[in-house]
Design a protein around this ligand. Structure first.
Ligand code: ADP
Ligand code: 5GP
Length: 228
């Protein structure tokens, strides 16, 4: 079996980790790439589970040894990267690979793996994103504001993704994400399923454009009025 690479990007707080966790419970043969990062663990995060937490020196050594498929600096000061060995492992084991990476990393992976499938997750609007960041209760007010500002910039990249999923109702989002992954998988094996295909198509950019406008607008308005 060929390894399909799925890229998922989302502004921080959109619910990506929650969705990815549920997706992995539902879909077999989908390996998750555990990224390396120089940021500190949050809450109950464990080394080797959510991320490999390393020092800047360790990360820079890995860059020098060309161990990364892609890497980027996110939020200006921390490095995040995907080790090549996860792709090799997935290929050896005949699994698909899921990458949870930012917009910069997605661009690097697309240039190396042109048939990677990319999915962008959006919050229903800016105030809902702000609420989710607060309710997660893991970031200082300053960090929340920085993440909202970052979200406004990241969201403008939606057009580069194959699918766009607005994470409004969680159960619907999980079903949608599952439809995208399974329909791509079956389609590439020449076993396309009409029902799944139709569900996945709902999340194509051209089919979601109208729904996007108010979401984009909610971020742009705040920017125009100076951040509040
Ligand atoms: P991310 O990984 O994108 O930074 P998380 O998965 O940590 O985001 O979610 C941020 C917060 O929003 C969490 O408290 C999570 O429980 C909540 N959340 C996720 N999806 C939804 C949803 N569809 N509706 C309401 N709250 C959600
Ligand atoms: P967080 O600190 O909230 O876990 O993640 C911050 C951002 O870094 C998210 O947008 C996440 O997708 C991104 N990210 C996580 N791992 C990687 C990675 O390996 N490479 C890149 N480019 N971005 C990553």
């Amino acid at each position: 079996m060929m390894t399909n690479v799925f890229i998922i990007s989302a502004p921080s707080g959109s619910g990506k980790s929650t969705l990815v966790k549920k997706l992995r419970e539902q879909v077999p043969n989908l390996e998750f790439s555990i990224s390396y990062t120089t940021r500190k663990p949050r809450g109950a995060e464990q080394d080797g589970r959510e991320y490999y937490f390393v020092t800047r020196e360790q990360f820079e050594d890995m860059i020098a040894r060309e161990e990364f498929l892609e890497y980027a600096r996110v939020f200006e000061f921390d490095y995040y990267g995907t080790a090549r060995r996860f792709l090799l492992k997935a290929q050896e084991e005949g699994n698909d690979l899921l990458l949870d990476i930012d917009v910069q990393g997605a661009a690097q992976v697309r240039s190396k793996i042109p048939d990677a499938v990319s999915i962008f997750i959006l919050p229903p609007n800016r105030s809902e994103l702000e609420q989710r960041l607060r309710s997660r209760g893991q970031d200082s007010e300053e960090k929340i504001q920085r993440r909202l500002e970052e979200a406004r910039r990241e969201i403008e990249n939606y057009g580069k993704y194959d699918y766009i999923l607005v994470n409004d109702r969680l159960d619907e989002s999980v079903t949608g994400l599952e439809a995208i992954v399974l329909s791509e998988r079956l389609g590439r094996e020449g076993r396309a399923d009409a029902g799944l295909g139709a569900r996945a198509e709902m999340y194509r950019l051209e089919n979601i454009r109208e729904r996007l406008q108010p979401i984009l607008q909610s971020f742009r308005e705040v920017a125009a009025s100076g951040g509040k």
